[in-house]
Design a protein around this ligand. Structure first.
Ligand code: NAD
Length: 356
């Protein structure tokens, strides 16, 4: 197949890990007879430095015309003044809005060889393979907010419409259909009216998927069960802010930030794929960053935007094999053991893909 992939490396290690993900996608194309055209765009602090805004129009146009987007990370100390009028993370927020990316998917699959990298006991973690689907364009982060009473009262509004809940619920059920057929919908329906609408709507959507089981959990209970019985979850679907918090909690199950990919999906097949970590200024430019989260994000890109499931599995299997054979970047290595740099890890995965 022929596909155009927009590549937005951004800042810090975003640049380094995206290069390795692109290297692996090139290896996939060569091995399987596909043509991937890569178009690079400016975003984040790099875009502020070059043209004064975190998401130039050309970048948004490039992304709208692409089949998928590979994103690195945006931000860093250079642009960290909270009072600055333009900030790097506005680039990502504007992209989400401009592309209608309404569902954020974060798979958390524990690689058995890294089980000791987590702070949770191995016997609790055993078998963990879950995916959180977070609604991305509604809820508390987008409702009306403000101050009144001379600035002494502040308010934010959690607001959801039935169509917003339906589309993210359907995305979750469709995902579950290709997995273990279990959806956990998370809300705070004992208190919040928006959560009652959420629960009613998800329950109604569930009737369209009779072979998938649905359970409802309150968000506080979910936070507890995620670290008490993580292996019992399959697909978790939740609103924007609950998802923001639960995805960070879930990411700690896997031990390292450098291992976890994510996908943000729009209607149709367009999606943006990025590691969950940031620009890691403390290790940027030192060939130390773990590129596996970015490489696994490229695997999600193959699966969800290009429909290349076999190719996605080849990339994931190459990562598993490299880890099983003991190759590690510093963040996941035992103290004083030998490690690979960012580029060498990317070369290794590309090589394993080419051989498969
Ligand atoms: P971070 O994820 O960049 O780093 C947190 C810690 O994890 C650091 O010690 C870092 O060295 C380590 N780490 C992260 N990714 C790693 C990898 N691939 N390999 C090895 N170690 C890795 O989070 P932070 O330090 O809070 O943020 C740094 C900057 O990134 C900030 O400007 C922040 O706003 C931005 N940020 C951007 C995104 C994004 O673009 N989506 C997400 C989070 C943070």
């Amino acid at each position: 197949m022929k596909a155009t992939i927009a590549v937005l490396p951004g800042d810090g290690i975003g640049v380094e890990v995206t290069a390795e993900a692109q290297k692996v996608l090139t290896a996939v194309a060569e091995a399987r007879g596909h043509t991937f055209v890569f178009e690079t765009g400016l975003v984040g602090g790099a875009a502020i430095d070059a043209v004064g805004v975190p998401l130039p129009d050309e970048t948004l146009t490039l992304c709208q015309a692409a089949d998928a987007i590979l994103f690195g990370a945006a931000g860093g100390p250079k642009w960290d003044d909270p009072r600055a009028a333009v900030r790097p993370e506005q680039g990502l927020l504007s992209l989400r809005k401009g592309l209608g990316l309404y569902a954020n998917l974060r798979p958390v699959k524990l690689n058995p060889v890294l089980i000791n990298a987590s702070t949770i006991k191995p016997e609790v973690l055993q078998g963990t393979d879950l995916i959180v689907v977070r609604e991305l364009t509604g809820g508390l982060y987008f409702g009306e907010r403000g101050r009144k009473d001379g600035g002494n009262t502040a308010y934010d509004t959690m607001i959801y419409t039935v169509p917003e809940i339906e589309r993210v619920a359907r995305a979750a059920f469709r995902l579950a259909a290709g997995r273990r057929r279990h959806v956990t919908s998370v809300d705070k329906a004992n208190v919040l009216e928006s959560s009652r609408l959420w629960r009613e709507t998800v329950t109604r959507v569930a009737a369209e998927f009779p072979d998938i089981t649905l359970e409802h959990l309150l968000v506080d209970a979910c936070a507890m069960h995620l670290i008490r019985r993580p292996s019992t979850f399959d697909v978790i679907v939740t609103e924007n802010m609950f998802g923001d918090i639960l995805t960070d909690e879930a990411s700690m199950l896997a031990g390292s930030m450098g291992m976890l990919p994510s996908a943000s999906l729009a209607e149709g097949s367009l999606g943006l794929y990025e590691p969950i970590h940031g620009s890691a200024p403390d290790i940027a430019g030192q060939d130390m960053a773990n590129p596996l989260a970015a490489i696994l994000s490229a695997a999600l890109l193959l699966r969800y935007s290009l429909g290349l499931e076999e190719e996605a599995i080849i990339v994931e299997a190459a990562v598993d094999r490299a880890l099983a054979e003991g190759y590690r970047t510093p963040d996941i290595a035992e103290p004083d053991s030998e490690t690979l740099g960012t580029r060498a890890m990317g070369d290794l995965i590309a090589h394993l893909v080419a051989k498969s």
